[in-house]
Design a protein around this ligand. Structure first.
Ligand code: C2E
Ligand code: CA
Ligand code: CA
Length: 423
């Protein structure tokens, strides 16, 4: 790839370049993406004419090229943006330095013909974290950071997960979520869980999907945080639980008892009306409570006094409680032996790296042993290949879930999976 592509490309071309960079990198190195937007390009065009504003973009590309490392790539995409792929990223601080360097470096005006043009640049950046190997996600994150910077009137912002929820609500997602439920745009997908020892299906995790007519597929990572902020999470969750229990009943009638795991945000757990709802629903759908698992993220344990009481109340309904994304949060060993839970779910960021990195392998091993010592079961999520499944079984992990077995599937396809899958 050329070090600097100064002609305008579309974002599909840019995504392909990004994909190449992700593929080429060594497994241990992170990659950074900077999206730099010339915010006043339209203004410059109208004041100085396209004939002078467009050469400015070429000059900026050259300047950017001179400022970044030899390994890195600058690509112009869209009308007024540059994407800068930073390879061999050591840490996020490195991105902050790079962004500041760029902002300083382009401060002075550029003389083009007889005019002096000054670019106003704004930057959003992201570091590819463990699980984001997907060029689309990385670009979306950098663009999100850029939008957030615009909203806050900052020159530069690094991507943070919270930005998405702020932005999406700022752009009217709240109304659309309201419509989504009414119009049947929300559905539940099911990702199989199998026993590690014999690879037989034991149930599925229910994962929410939103197919929005105007936005297309909206990932749950985007709309769940918005719904959590607006309070709409309650009606979404009630909808999800009802669908999951009804569909679980369906599979269990045909394949024998299978469990269903439902995600519940810490905010809803703390509110405390979940146990009553579950008690009502499990009768309605005739699903035994022990076939229902409630997954809450480890963050729910941050205020143990309140959350432990709520989780205990949930377990009194007979449902199982699983601590999701375990290992990424803040739980403390000091109260480990009193966590009212039945299962720990090891976060996929550890599982996906356990074969390449001894550090991650020992985290996984430690979590499994710790859980068993305290009488908890363990599910590993993010199992993408057979070798990982075998390694987890050898470590005595109880259940496995991941793309190796299946991606999350719509109800009908999950049933097909159950009837064709061979352990
Ligand atoms: P989570 O609960 O940690 O769910 C696991 C996520 O990992 C799912 O993403 C799943 O598709 C993905 N995954 C599963 N196996 C693999 C694998 O082998 N490799 C990789 N790379 N990924 C894998 P999804 O469905 O996009 O959900 C994202 C998050 O959104 C969930 O994370 C959960 O926190 C939230 N979420 C989804 N549905 C619901 C819901 O109904 N209610 C609530 N409160 N949260 C939900
Ligand atoms: Ca989960
Ligand atoms: Ca997880």
């Amino acid at each position: 790839m050329d070090a600097a592509i100064v002609n305008q490309t579309d974002s599909a071309t840019f995504l392909r370049a990004l994909e190449g960079a992700l593929r080429d990198r060594t497994s241990s190195s992170a990659l950074g993406l900077i999206v730099a937007s010339v915010e006043n390009l339209d203004h410059l065009k109208s004041v100085f004419g396209h004939g002078k504003a467009l050469p400015l973009m070429t000059r900026l590309a050259e300047k950017l090229r001179a400022m970044i490392g030899t390994e890195d790539t600058v690509i112009r995409f869209g009308d007024a943006k540059f994407g800068i792929v930073v390879r061999e990223l050591k840490n996020e601080g490195h991105l902050v330095l790079a962004a500041n360097k760029i902002l300083r470096g382009i401060k002075n005006s550029f003389d083009i013909s007889d005019a002096s043009l000054e670019a106003q640049m704004r930057i959003g950046a992201t570091a590819s974290r463990e699980c984001s190997n997907d060029p689309d996600t990385i670009l979306q994150q950098a663009e999100t950071a850029l939008l957030a910077a615009r909203l806050d009137n900052k020159d530069f912002l690094l991507y943070e997960p919270g930005q998405t929820s702020r932005l999406k609500s700022a752009y009217g997602m709240e109304k659309e979520i309201e419509m989504a439920l009414e119009h049947g745009e929300i559905s539940m997908f099911y990702q199989p869980k199998v026993a590690a020892a014999n690879r037989r299906p034991v149930g599925a995790e229910a994962l929410m999907r939103w197919s929005c007519p105007s936005r297309g597929f909206v990932p749950p990572d985007v709309f769940i945080p918005v719904a959590d902020e607006t309070g709409q999470i309650e009606s979404l969750t009630w909808f999800g639980i009802k669908a999951a229990l009804r569909q679980c009943k369906d599979w269990s009638d045909r394949w024998g008892p299978l469990s269903v795991a439902i995600n519940v945000t810490p905010s809803l757990v703390e509110r405390g009306d979940l146990p009553e709802l579950l008690n009502n629903l499990k009768g309605l759908w005739d699903v035994p409570a022990e076939q229902i698992t409630i997954e809450v993220t480890e963050n729910a344990l941050m205020r143990p006094d309140e959350s432990f009481a709520q989780l205990s109340a949930l377990r009194e309904t007979g449902a199982r409680v699983s601590i999701d994304d375990f290992g990424t949060g803040y739980s403390s060993l000091s109260y480990f032996n009193s966590i009212p839970a039945d299962e720990l779910k090891i976060d996929k960021s550890f599982v996906m790296k356990m074969l390449d990195d001894d550090g991650y392998a020992s985290i996984v091993r430690t979590i499994i042993n710790l859980a068993h010592d305290f009488g908890l079961q363990v599910t590993a999520e993010g199992v993408e290949n057979r070798a990982t499944a075998d390694a987890l079984a050898a470590l005595d992990c109880d259940y496995l879930q991941g793309y190796y077995f299946s991606r999350p599937l719509p109800q009908a396809e999950f049933i097909t999976w159950l009837s064709t899958y061979e352990p």
